[in-house]
Design a protein around this ligand. Sequence first.
Ligand SMILES: [Zn+2]
Length: 362
Amino acid sequence: MQFKDITGQKKVISWLTKSAEAGRIAHAQLFFGPEGSLKLPVAIAYAQFINCRTPIMQDGHPVDSCGKCSSCIKFSRLEHPDLHFFFPNNDNALIEKSQSSDYLPLWREVFKENNGEFSYQTWINAMEIGQNRQAIINKADCDTLLGILNLRKFEADYRIVIIWMAEKISDTISGALLKTLEEPEHGTVFILITENPDNIIATIRSRTQLVRFLNLPENIQHSEQNTEEDNENHDKFVLWMRYCYAADVPSILSFSEQMKAHSREKVKYFLSGSLEEFRRCLLVRYHAERYVKATDEEKSFSLKFAPFINGNNIDKFYSIINKTIYHVDRNGNIQLLFTSASLEFCKIFAAERKAIKNTSNT
Ligand SMILES: [Zn+2]
């Protein structure tokens, strides 16, 4: 991957090439920015660039890798022996595949299919790790990494260690990782990638150079379309809210039971979609429809539902959903979590109904 293959992020790229030319290549960098902001493609292009034998020059300055030398070819195939990847994978050490390197062929495939830009959810789906499994960067990964750092480099000027979705580094290994970041070995560059630096342990974050990626303008974003899963989730959300609005306890209980059948990752994805649904309702209510990116079906629902979402209660909706995500992430009982969140929603709706009735009576 060369910089020229990347649409957008020109500022970040220019900063990276200039600081490399000036000999300032930080040994630990944290690429952060929203989903879709091309952090991984830029990381690969950067790794290829700083290791290129004959970089492309412009006005006397190196601006991109050549894409042709033996080093570039190996980097572009993600097969360079000094390029190492760590990413969330199976947390279950008992099964055959339980660390990043076991998934490397699949990783290369998914990278190629998506031009290097893909979401955590896409990766989880590709791994097919089964229901209710968390994907983390685990102890086996850490051992492998320490082993790699003990070896001599093969041939590159800079050995590159890319840690994708670094917020998924297991707590148990963060200490060991911290040590490697504290005592950098000359010629190794760590690139940690995350959507939210706040989710990275502060001690790790503070040892990295932060590189910020802004969201790309919408017209060049990759996936504009809702996936089938998004549509299903929307339908599920509508049902859920109907049950809560009607305080229909039997339906709430069976809905909560159904949620239990999904993997934790799918449940979290559904919940983060719910945050978006609430946000959309609030925008519709305050006539900011032009900011709403949604299908017609979603918009018509938001329009009907909007009167019950307002500036006074939106925080409550958000905090109930966020609390649920937090506990789902920490192995809470999904059925109980949905039942309890639903009952809280019932209370809010009851209060809103009462308020609306009072206003119309006066
Ligand atoms: Zn080259």
